[in-house]
Ligand binder design. Structure first.
Ligand code: FO1
Length: 316
């Protein structure tokens, strides 16, 4: 029933990848487009690493582990250990097979191919039939303003284990960046747009900082369903709670609703977690369901609910 719906998913990393797997079980591959955050991209060992693009790509290729969700299942780390021995920093763990992706991506980028084309090539090589688009071909970088100064995102998250107190988030390069080819068409042409249960500040936020993408999302508000990443006052993954508090917001669904007020008409929250201020004007409508995707079937169940919520009302 949902297979011929055109669906566009705005995605960060692991939570989004799980939902993408769920959606892929219900929607025809050619009808599913995933627009992915590239604010976390970083250079390691001279290579261009796009963690969120890879997390989505490996997940849809059936190569990612369900948990922790990133990297390649059963990858080995021979190169990492060899690099360590040669004095290289190795706090960002890149597996051997994963490294091949970064080598190939860096090579193609250095030949002048845009990130969107390289991503399409990598997806085709790995047998991914859904369309994965970087949010932009331009360099946009998420920088955390913290108690110990400005830190590139991976430095804050992985090297320092999200310990520095967050005071704000800067999305560098966003004002000059444009959406990658196909992104606006995917948003405008979708029957339903879904915002994944990713971090609204550092996963979805960078996408909405790209002006034309943000405007397209504002116009698509009526058909957009967002999923809150908060369950029981905690983020399913990552340091969202401390980030929200750091920017002076409460870590609750009311804050998520206010962040998405202009781009989503429905906010899906975990069961019994709709905020009391249910009907604030201009806010998305709340819908409650099981949002925890502990396995593939849980992801499919959430995906089905989202597709039902995004269905146009029956006539007559
Ligand atoms: N996250 C970690 O916590 N530690 C790592 O060593 C690490 C390596 C890594 C390698 C490739 C990749 O695609 C992702 C990786 N991640 C790692 C995850 C990544 O830092 C974040 O989950 C995302 O950037 C946030 O969406």
């Amino acid at each position: 029933m949902h297979r011929s719906r055109k669906v566009t998913l705005l995605a960060g990393g692991v939570g989004a990848a799980r939902l993408a797997r769920g959606l892929a079980r219900l929607v025809k591959p050619e009808n599913l487009t995933i627009v992915v955050n590239t604010g976390d991209d970083e250079r390691f060992h001279g290579l261009h690493v796009s963690p969120d693009l890879d997390t989505i790509m490996y997940s849809l290729a059936g190569l990612a582990p369900w948990s922790p969700g990133w990297g390649i299942k059963d990858d080995t780390f021979t190169a990492k250990h060899a690099l360590e021995r040669l004095g290289a920093e190795s706090w960002f763990a890149l597996g051997d097979r994963d490294l091949a992706t970064h080598i190939r991506r860096t090579q193609r980028l250095s030949e002048g191919a845009p990130l969107s084309r390289v991503t399409a090539e990598l997806c085709a090589a790995l047998g991914v039939r859904q369309r994965i688009l970087p949010m932009s071909d331009d360099a946009v970088r998420t920088v955390m303003r913290t108690s110990v100064g400005a830190l590139p995102f991976q430095d804050y998250l992985v090297k320092r284990r999200a310990r520095p107190r967050v005071q704000g988030v800067s999305i560098r390069g966003a004002s000059k960046a444009g959406p990658a080819p196909g992104v606006l068409r995917a948003i405008r042409g979708a029957d339903t747009v879904i915002i994944a249960p990713s971090n609204p500040l550092v996963s979805i936020g960078p996408m909405l900082s790209v002006k034309h993408l943000r405007v397209a999302m504002q116009k698509a508000r009526a058909k957009t369903v967002a999923v809150s990443p908060i369950i029981n006052g905690r983020a399913v993954k990552g340091p969202l709670v401390s980030m929200l508090r750091g920017i002076g917001k409460k870590a609750d669904n009311a804050s998520i609703a206010s962040l998405y007020a202009r781009v989503a008409s429905t906010l899906v929250v975990a069961l019994h977690e709709a905020p009391v201020e249910k009907s604030l004007r201009g806010w998305p409508v709340f819908a409650e369901t099981d949002t925890l995707m502990s396995d593939e079937l849980g992801a499919e169940r959430l995906a089905r609910t989202l597709l039902e919520l995004g269905e146009p009302p029956a006539c007559g």
